[in-house]
Design a protein around this ligand. Structure first.
Ligand SMILES: [Zn+2]
Length: 297
């Protein structure tokens, strides 16, 4: 069964037709920044082109979107990185335009599904995926399916409290993992530490050069991530943990080994999962969205 995956991002919309394990068609278009109607129109046009150009017939469409989703209504509640994108009926609109079944999933959950079935956690019964980039997202896959929870917020590791009373998070809570360990948090702390604007990639360059302040900041981020993953282990006990995202993968094996150390420190008497680097990288979103359609029913 071939399915079309649409990965809606803040700057680009990626599309791909997945047949078996292969992307037999891929395309990307820029995400309009002038409101939800423009975004929907571009999505419909790009999807129509994909259906026309695909070498195989597409049977269903999956969409991965940032932000919270009303699964029952097929509506994206809001997408934090896309201007004026709130309460958008993505499923209804695409279904009418394409005359195919359309399924919607949170983008971190879609990436988790991709890594589980075709990436770093392939062959595992259960896995947990965490993406550490500007923000921190996650997804739990149990028995091959996404665990959404009762309200669609299952797997939101970025908002576990790891530092009570710490910096305020976008969600209003203090000391969330995202508020202390994300790319955005690292850039904030680095700019403070160096008393000048320092981006996350610049911080990682300094870290690789062995700069003392950079080492302290990056290992702090890795420690908090390891601590949160240890809590995930006790809660869900996944077989494999996959770490992705610009910080997670960009930090390389050295960053991952810091995460593994902190994770192990918090799991002295507990059985542990294997922590692996994500494999599908920027293709995870589109492959995951296509798998959402494949496994939906
Ligand atoms: Zn939060």
């Amino acid at each position: 069964m071939a399915t079309l995956g649409i990965d809606l991002g803040g700057t680009k919309i990626a599309l791909g037709v997945l047949e078996g394990e292969e992307l037999v068609y891929s395309a990307r278009v820029a995400t309009p920044s002038d409101g939800s109607e423009a975004v929907l129109q571009v999505m419909v046009a790009a999807a129509r082109e994909a259906l026309a150009e695909s070498p195989v017939a597409v049977e269903a469409v999956g969409v991965g979107s940032p932000g919270p989703i009303d699964y029952r209504a097929g509506v994206v509640t809001y997408a934090p990185n896309i201007p004026d994108f709130a309460d958008v009926p993505v499923v209804g609109r695409l279904r009418r335009a394409l005359e195919l079944p359309v399924f919607l999933e949170n983008d971190a959950n879609a990436a988790a599904l991709a890594e589980h079935h075709l990436g770093a956690a392939r062959g595992a019964e259960s896995s947990f995926f965490v993406t550490v980039s500007t923000g921190i997202g996650g997804g739990a896959i149990i028995g091959g399916r996404v665990w959404r929870g009762a309200h669609g917020q299952g797997g939101e590791i970025g908002h576990l409290t790891v530092l009570p009373g710490g910096p305020v998070c976008g969600c209003g809570n203090r000391g969330c993992l995202e508020a202390v360990a994300s790319g955005r948090a690292l850039a904030r702390d680095a700019s403070y530490a160096y008393a000048r604007e320092v981006s996350t990639p610049q911080l990682f360059d300094l870290w690789r050069q062995g700069d003392g302040k950079a080492r302290e900041l990056v290992s702090g981020s890795a420690r908090y991530l390891g601590q949160a993953l240890a809590d995930v282990q006790k809660l869900l006990d996944p077989e494999v943990i996959v770490v992705g995202g610009g910080v997670g993968v960009g930090g390389g094996e050295e960053y991952l080994s810091l995460v593994r150390q902190a994770y192990a420190d918090h799991l002295q008497v507990w059985r542990r999962a294997e922590i692996r680097a994500a494999r599908l990288l920027e293709r995870a979103g589109v492959i995951g969205a296509a798998l959402v359609a494949r496994f939906a029913n």
